[in-house]
Design a protein around this ligand. Structure first.
Ligand SMILES: NC(=O)c1ccc[n+]([C@@H]2O[C@H](COP(=O)([O-])OP(=O)(O)OC[C@H]3O[C@@H](n4cnc5c(N)ncnc54)[C@H](OP(=O)(O)O)[C@@H]3O)[C@@H](O)[C@H]2O)c1
Length: 283
């Protein structure tokens, strides 16, 4: 099958290229493919894919508060461009979205049917992208994931691994709960979804949930370090970026088609081992 992957140089994009390597792949990313430019639509139409996995995004949550118009242009208008092109060539479209579309006021896992209510610019731009994609391309599946980390690119796990080697003590937020997701596991799930004619919304995260503090403590323990990891509150971080307190996503739709991602602790063991064994340089 001819599959076009946007954001091919990102954390998830790299893993998608690996997981889908048996297919005829078209890898799209800046500078030759720019969601901000109308030519992005022509790029997709010329490639004539049967399926598009749209992983490219403006992903800097803090940056999105400083430049909300840019986040909206990339994540909403850019996604609409991708969806229009997919519809024009009769391609299926999978749009990768985020747990940050929810406000985090629940205390039980968010279902695919729950109403989004994003707190910040990043979540708003991604939710608008979801809406525009479904409007422009009838054969669209929105796949929401969370707390993503992969070997290629910056992420929480790599940051904690670096800080644990540099600092005498770590202070990590203990009042935000979610689902860490290994980009490789998500890519494997998306590769299986390539053959499943689902439409609408599906949540796809690592199994189980934790706070950032529990996540960091597990990373440090797996490294064999004894550096203390102190729990702090969101208020203590003095961040002005609104972050939802609880974004555990129930993966009901995926389970319905027999797909479950590994538990976050098991995935983390693999990841830390891979990094320690010298897998792609930590950035
Ligand atoms: N990371 C997370 O924790 C997380 C959580 C939930 C959902 N998601 C979603 O999962 C998807 C993949 O995330 P990720 O962590 O793999 O992201 P990533 O590593 O930041 O990769 C995104 C890719 O998109 C590219 N991009 C940015 N602006 C673009 C533009 N105008 N035109 C074309 N490409 C552009 C980036 O290029 P540059 O690097 O050059 O900017 C990068 O290669 C995204 O849709 C994200 O919203 C991520």
């Amino acid at each position: 099958m001819r599959i076009l992957i946007t954001g091919a140089k990102g954390q998830l994009g790299h893993e998608l290229a690996r997981a889908l390597c048996g297919h005829d792949l078209v890898l799209a990313d800046v500078p030759t493919f720019d969601l901000l430019k109308p030519e992005a639509e022509r790029f997709i139409c010329n490639a004539r894919p049967e399926s598009v996995i749209h992983a490219a995004a403006y992903t800097d949550v803090e940056g999105a508060e400083r430049e909300p118009d840019l986040a909206m242009a990339v994540n909403a208008e850019g996604t609409e461009r991708v969806a229009r092109a997919a519809a024009a060539v009769g391609s299926r479209l999978i749009v990768i979205s985020t747990d940050y579309v929810f406000d985090g006021r629940k205390h039980t896992p968010y279902d695919e049917q729950d109403q989004p209510n994003p707190l910040g610019s990043y979540g708003r731009s991604k939710y608008e992208g979801e809406r525009l994609a479904r409007q422009a391309c009838p054969d669209t599946l929105i796949v929401r994931t969370s707390w993503l980390y992969g070997l290629h690119g910056k992420n929480f796990v790599k940051t904690i691994m670096r800080l644990a080697a540099e600092q005498p003590e770590l202070r990590v937020v203990a009042d935000q709960r979610g689902c860490p997701t290994h980009a490789g596991d998500l890519a494997d799930a998306l590769a299986r979804l390539a053959n499943v004619p689902l439409r609408g919304v599906a949540h796809a995260t690592g199994s189980g949930d934790c706070t950032w503090h529990e996540f960091a403590s597990e990373i440090v323990a797996l490294m064999g370090r004894s550096v203390p990891v102190r729990p702090i509150t969101t208020v203590e971080t003095r961040s002005v970026v609104p972050r939802p307190a609880y974004t555990v996503l129930g993966n009901r739709v995926l389970a319905g088609v027999g797909i479950t991602l590994p538990h976050w602790k098991e995935a983390l063991v693999r990841f830390v081992n891979d990094v320690q064994a010298g897998a792609p340089a930590m950035s």
